[in-house]
Design a protein around this ligand. Structure first.
Ligand SMILES: [Zn+2]
Length: 373
């Protein structure tokens, strides 16, 4: 009768044992399950009485209870369910299937919560990231403008200004006059705008933190009017007044910089930003910053009585040129998405009240003639 049996390591719960539980050798024979403890106590549950369940910490523990629940045998070994199936000759098959299905349900629930947990962690991370950006931006707004000027004065050292035109040149005067038209309408007061015009064919212009504005004669030559040039300059001034350089440095340098900005310890930040103080980093802004600069520039133009459409017209003109002389169009490479930007400026114009715009009384032709020589 006991000729076919298999032994497993497991345990037994019973009030008859001191402490209520004991490790045991579990044998399955053709009659049922037998547990033998080290104390040589013996517990038997015939297949007909066995109530199976599955669980435990691993989820793999198989329990077998007798009908009055006075004895529970348990085993976690991998071959145990298979042996129960075989040796019970089908008597436990229904119950084994049922606990197997129950287990799958557990796994699904576990997977569900694992997914929920991962998503929550991801959301927390994203919130944290945006909180950091918001903190950086709020902190930037609280910082004195002298910080921008310090960063700008470090950055300008990496700009090649050897072909800079002097302050008395008509082109420098023209750009200065345009800045003076726009300055009363800038978002923050007290920014000391300084203009540098560089005599190089590059079609480019940029503003450094603190208000230094560099314009290349290549860009002045490509502009069709003083108003179009005013469009580009308004955009660049907006980068400075919206303090995009400082925000960019804060975000590039990450948490350390953000903490320094929040705590007001800017000494370290200044040292770090020296490493980033290159024209390319401080003048290539995020798409969000570019959109902000477009809209703020358009607002300044409108306030100054200059048609903001000139800005869109300049973008359109550059777009047409792009195929011809791509190497010279530095401004295009740092200011992509022309179609979107033109559309946004046009949308903005539909939202603001109409007013008569003026033309700038500036010696545009004279400047063009001087630069052509
Ligand atoms: Zn820009």
């Amino acid at each position: 009768m006991h000729d076919v049996s298999q032994d497993f390591f497991g345990g037994v719960f019973s009030d008859k044992i001191e402490g209520g539980r004991a490790a045991a050798k579990i044998s399955i024979n053709s009659y049922g399950l037998v547990a033998e403890t080290l104390e040589e106590e013996r517990f038997e549950i015939p297949f007909g009485e066995c109530q199976l369940d599955k669980g435990g910490a691993s989820g793999r523990m198989i329990f077998c209870r007798n009908s009055d629940r006075s004895i529970t045998l348990f085993c976690e070994e991998r071959g145990f369910p298979k042996a129960l199936e075989t040796l019970s000759t089908g008597a436990l098959s229904g119950q084994l299937r049922a606990i197997q299905l129950k287990q799958r349900g557990h796994e699904k629930t576990f997977l569900f919560w694992l997914t929920v947990g991962s998503v929550m962690t991801l959301i927390a991370g994203v919130i944290g990231y945006y909180a950091l950006i918001a903190a950086t931006q709020a902190a930037v707004a609280a910082l004195p403008i002298s910080i921008d000027e310090n960063i700008g004065s470090v950055a300008i050292k990496s700009v090649d200004l050897h072909a800079r035109l002097d302050a008395g040149h008509v082109a420098t005067k023209l750009v200065n006059d345009i800045v003076k038209e726009l300055e009363p309408h800038s978002a923050i007061k007290g920014l000391n705008f300084r203009v540098m015009v560089v005599d190089e064919p590059t079609v480019n212009a940029f503003a450094l933190p603190g208000g230094q504005i560099v314009v290349y004669t290549g860009l002045i030559k490509k502009a069709k009017s003083a108003e179009q040039l005013a469009g580009v300059i308004a955009h660049e001034m907006a980068h400075a007044t919206l303090r995009h350089g400082l925000k960019g440095v804060g975000q590039s340098l990450g948490i350390i910089a953000a903490i320094q900005l929040v705590t007001g310890d800017v000494g370290g930040l200044l040292a770090l930003s020296t490493q980033l103080a290159q024209e390319s980093i401080l003048t290539s802004y995020s798409r969000k910053s570019e959109t902000e600069a477009d809209l703020e520039g358009a607002r300044m133009l409108h306030e100054a009585g200059i048609d903001p459409k000139n800005m869109a017209d300049f973008f359109q003109m550059l777009e047409k040129l792009e195929g011809d002389i791509p190497d010279l169009l530095a401004w295009i490479s740092t200011h992509p998405q022309h179609a979107d930007r033109i559309a946004r400026i046009e949308d903005y114009q539909k939202q603001i009240p109409q007013k008569p715009y003026r033309l700038l009384e500036l010696p545009w032709e004279e400047v063009q003639n001087q630069l052509a020589n």
